[in-house]
Design a protein around this ligand. Sequence first.
Ligand code: GLC
Length: 425
Amino acid sequence: MKTDWFTHDRFGMFIHWGLYAIPARGEWVRSIERISVEDYQKYFDSFNPQNYNPKEWAKLAKEAGMKYAVLTAKHHDGFCLFDSAYTDYKSTNTQCGRDLVREFLDAFRDEGLKVGLYYSLLDWHHPDYPHYGDKIHPMRDNEAFKDVTHDFPNYLKYLHSQVEELCTSYGKLDILWFDFSYDNLHGEAWEATKLVRMVRGLQPGILIDNRLEVSGEGYGSIAKKVPLEYAGDFASPEQIIPHEGLVGEDGLPINWEACITMNNSWGFAQKDTNFKPAPMLIKKLVECVSKGGNLLLNVGPDANGRIPEESIKILKDIGAWISRNGKSIYGCGRSGLPKPDSGRITRNGEKLYYHIYESQVGPIQLEGLKKDDIKSMRLISTGSELDLSDSWVLWSYPGIPFVSFGDSPLLPDPVDTVVEVELKQ
Ligand code: GLC
């Protein structure tokens, strides 16, 4: 199936980058502060990220254990990071003069990572995108726009042309990440069937998210027995990990990818220092995998083109853990067993991975199993064989498997100690 690589790889990098890195208050700054096109122009005029080196980004993503990346080719502010023939509002026309998307794609492909582009369906720069009365446009309550009319079909022509451009001029794309539908702007309002047919015609293997139909809060018809043609290939829950993962009306699991920020912002935000620590993010990745989903973890490079130091540090720590425990992530999914007391379980075929977070007094129970189910066990960080514990304290629990890591009351890895349990066939 075309989603095989996606459900195998599990962990990707989201990159939100654009003019908004200069005001450094997040990518919604124009909308939240109701900044006019004219007042925002100074960022276009001074955009010159001289430290943009996507090769470094790609190396970092790889070191973090990420297998794919998605870059904002155009965000809601309408600024294009690629050399579009349909607008002047693009990186090649700024002082920097570079096609940032092309360089991103080349660099990440060179590192062997899969590549995706995010494309905003909204556009706060295009004159034909609804302004006044829209839910979020920066000019939504500016009376000066009250009687201004918009040729929305002309905007749709622009949107479709740009998507066609991205699908024809930049080689093989693995993901197209549309963002997002709201109010009456969803589905056929974007001419979604036509758009999806074009994209799939030009890029037969591409995966598309579900936001031509919904936003980060809904799943849309991807959960229905008969999804709409533009339902997408995966759901995209935002800033949340669904409680039980996602299952459709027919009871079958749905592919999904939780997109999550490292601090509280997608685009670079100077004052947002609320970074989630690496141990937490490792557990969140495990949680996604244990529920049959992916994690797309965001970075917001600054106006010079650098990924923030805090993010780099966290990503390297995650990568160090994955380099020892990646077998319990890649190619893994739901275990079919209830969540145990001590942590979570992921599974790859006949191998179960017990992610043990919590130290126990005495040996740790491998919940959901019987002794007879087990063929062998290993601590995957070192590959050492582990034996079932036969401590006398377990005499009242015959048949139930427990594992022990020795005399220390602490776990070998205080963040997540992973035990691989091979089941008898
Ligand atoms: C949103 C936001 C946005 C961000 C995205 C990521 O819906 O509008 O700024 O790009 O979600 O999922």
